[in-house]
Design a protein around this ligand. Structure first.
Ligand code: CMC
Length: 431
């Protein structure tokens, strides 16, 4: 291990350099405060690696994303979502027997406690399904209180993982049913994960539901593309909450909340709403697109081109490339002619040729086309981020598990206080 040297207040301090398996380098400053009294100030943690991890590799300059070493392009093409979930959580692609056991474990847990069904009746019909999903996920801990034991053994952890993957899908689908005022549909364990999810969302007790294999395959791909993305806001949140030894349900529920925001997973909903506004405002005409591009460049407008830009990708987001192709295919297969797709393509073209976006290395991210794909599949806008959450679940679990197994300490950063210096209390009548 090499060292880097820094001169602080005239004193030379050595910091070990840590090199990851893909040659990324970090300066290990764990002794900084003890040896110098200084801390680092890094808003948004833009320069801080919060952990070492062997789950996902991401190279933003070259647009590379790999889960446990496997390129995302190969996984999206060849694997199933539960196979990828197993890979992320347990580190290796499963053998057939391991996969069968994992799938049957998940399938065994798809039902949720009947009492939880009553919770849905308490939510207003238009409750956002992300809020419902987060609170119901946390509520699972009251039905499986053994998960609250920080010294959980491996078997109980595995069971909690299976429960989470299975039950969040049922909760997500039922939160959608609640929002449209339809009766919930119980899971069908003969179906695979993606088909079952679509069944629980779209089947009705009054008619037969025909499963469209192309939609199932597109959903499988979307879930895989979202399955992990190293230390993004929601994954880091899951780690932070998990680091206090709160249960896995609590940690994942917090992750769902973090994902909800429009700068993170909520961007897929925001993109479609933005495209709709542009459409209503004058459609895909050059004049209209140029007007909106001007607005996105203007900081005072308070509007960003949603679905563009990424903290890590500064070249292209490999997930966006795959999703754009899938969106084209699904729309063609299902004979969907969505005018918003045209707007999205014109807007993308205009932005990619505009200095503002070129200079700042702003490219379409995963959320730019995913909303349009969900729309083509018949999934309503409110549910887009919920679908993202179901996809990201294995990543949250894998990160939580890695952190717990490594025995990482509670996350508790420092701050630099900039408030008032000590002053004496002023009685109410003298203020
Ligand atoms: N439209 C217009 N300007 C932008 C955009 C955008 N979408 N994104 C960044 N910029 C500008 C920003 O104003 C800043 O300009 P300047 O240097 O002149 O001040 C510069 O580009 C750098 O932006 P930043 O906000 O400092 O970059 P960041 O790494 O903190 O933020 C981001 C990354 C994804 C939050 C941001 O690009 C953004 O808000 N994008 C739109 C929302 C979005 O699509 N989010 C989904 C992200 S991918 C999926 C996920 O994470 O869940």
């Amino acid at each position: 291990m090499n060292n880097s040297e820094m001169n602080i207040d005239g004193k030379a301090i050595q910091f070990p350099i840590f090199t990851g398996s893909e040659n990324k380098k970090a300066m290990d400053i764990s002794k900084l405060r003890a040896e110098t009294g200084y801390v680092t100030l890094d808003y948004g943690l833009k320069n801080t690696a919060v952990t070492k991890s062997s789950i996902t590799f991401l190279n933003g300059e070259e647009g590379i994303l790999r889960y446990r070493g496997y390129p995302i392009e190969q996984l999206a093409e060849k694997a199933t979502f539960l196979e990828v979930a197993y890979l992320l959580i347990y580190g290796e692609l499963p053998t057939q027997t391991e996969l069968d056991t994992f799938i049957s474990g998940v399938t065994n847990h798809t039902l949720i406690h009947e009492n939880m069904k009553k919770f849905f009746e308490g939510y207003p019909q238009h409750a956002h399904p992300m809020g419902v999903l987060a609170s119901m996920t946390c509520a699972l801990s009251s039905f499986y209180p053994e998960s609250l034991d920080p010294s959980l053994n491996e078997k109980s952890v595995d069971q909690t993982i299976l429960r989470l993957i299975a039950k969040t899908a049922t909760i997500a689908a039922w939160s959608f049913k609640n929002s449209v005022g339809h009766p919930v549909m119980y899971p069908q364990n003969r179906l695979d994960f993606s088909a079952n999810l679509l069944y629980m969302m779209f089947a009705k007790p009054t008619e037969e539901y025909v499963i469209n294999d192309k939609v199932v395959s597109a959903l499988n791909k979307l879930l895989i593309l979202h399955a992990d993305h190293e230390q993004n806001c929601s994954t880091f949140t899951t780690r932070v909450v998990g680091s206090s030894q709160a249960s896995l349900y609590a940690a994942v529920s917090a992750g769902i909340m973090a994902l909800w925001g429009p700068l993170h997973g909520g961007a897929n909903q925001a993109v479609v709403e933005m495209l709709q506004k542009i459409y209503d405002d004058g459609g895909a005409s050059k004049a209209n697109i140029d007007k909106w591009i001007l607005r996105f460049k203007d900081k005072d407008s308070g509007q960003r081109l949603m679905g563009f830009g990424h903290r890590v990708y500064k070249n292209f987001d490999p997930r966006a490339t795959i999703i754009k192709k899938a969106a084209d295919e699904v729309m063609e297969d299902l004979n969907v002619d969505d005018p918003l797709l045209d707007i999205a393509k014109q807007l993308e073209y205009a932005a990619l040729n505009e200095d503002y976006f070129i200079e700042r290395k702003l490219y379409p991210n995963v959320d730019y086309y995913s909303g349009l794909l969900y729309r083509a599949m018949g999934i309503p806008v409110d549910m887009f981020t919920v679908m993202f959450a179901l996809g990201r679940l294995p990543g949250w679990i894998a990160n939580w598990k890695e952190m717990v197994e490594e025995g990482q300490p509670i996350t508790r950063p420092r701050q630099i206080y900039i408030g008032e210096k000590k002053r004496d209390f002023v009685p109410l009548e003298q203020r």
